[in-house]
Ligand binder design. Sequence first.
Ligand SMILES: C[S@@+](CC[C@H](N)C(=O)[O-])C[C@H]1O[C@@H](n2cnc3c(N)ncnc32)[C@H](O)[C@@H]1O
Length: 243
Amino acid sequence: MGFMKRVRNILRYGVGDQARARKRADKRAGKAQRFESERWARDGDFARRRYDSYDEYIQHQASKLAGVADRLRETETRDFDQFLERFSACRPLAEMRSVLCLGARLGTEVRALHRLGHFAVGIDVNPGDENPYVLPGDFHGLVFPDGSVDAVFTNALDHVFDLERMIGETKRVLRPGGILLAEFELGFGEGHVPGDFEATHWKNADVLMEQIRQIGGFTVEEIVDLGNTRRGQRRQVVFRRPS
Ligand SMILES: C[S@@+](CC[C@H](N)C(=O)[O-])C[C@H]1O[C@@H](n2cnc3c(N)ncnc32)[C@H](O)[C@@H]1O
């Protein structure tokens, strides 16, 4: 965080634990207000951020990296360790050799998968400059051939423009018997408030899970409650493409 921003925060919230709690509450109230605004359209059990065009969606998503670069530097080691811990605990993943990571940003999850011995690569609309782990790409249209990967990992479902297309592409590139390992927040009906870059949101985690299962023709193999993480209450689900 820059010096002036730090000073502004101290003047506004004070210092110490109570100040941090006040800042979090303020941030949450702002997000809740924006979620109720005209920027989101409710559609049954889902909510979608309004974009005037697909191009606007892509530009918006690609613009996120610049704003989180400082924070990423601070949380990098912890994020890597947490990926490593969760991936090591996922037994179906251990049987998979190649893993494609969708919405992988700078590639922290890709590096964790390498550490565990997988062949892994990510794609992202904005992987930053000269990123050896993540290729530029859009997860609504993957360049990889049908049935070419053992597993897909994503924690970017809340950044999807069209869930049907994204899960359709995931299914297409997965080999029969392959898995989709997905991590996602609980829904707006469960107290989660989406932030400024989320493009899709769901009423609750079960609704999203069922939608993915149906679109992909997957079976649900494992559900893990990840508890309260930096990104709120989260769930990890293993979907399998039938052989
Ligand atoms: C919540 S971040 C997750 C980043 C990373 N997986 C991590 O845990 O550090 C979501 C990422 O999805 C990317 N993204 C958004 N829309 C995308 C799209 N259509 N195709 C590929 N990546 C996209 C964003 O650029 C962002 O890096």
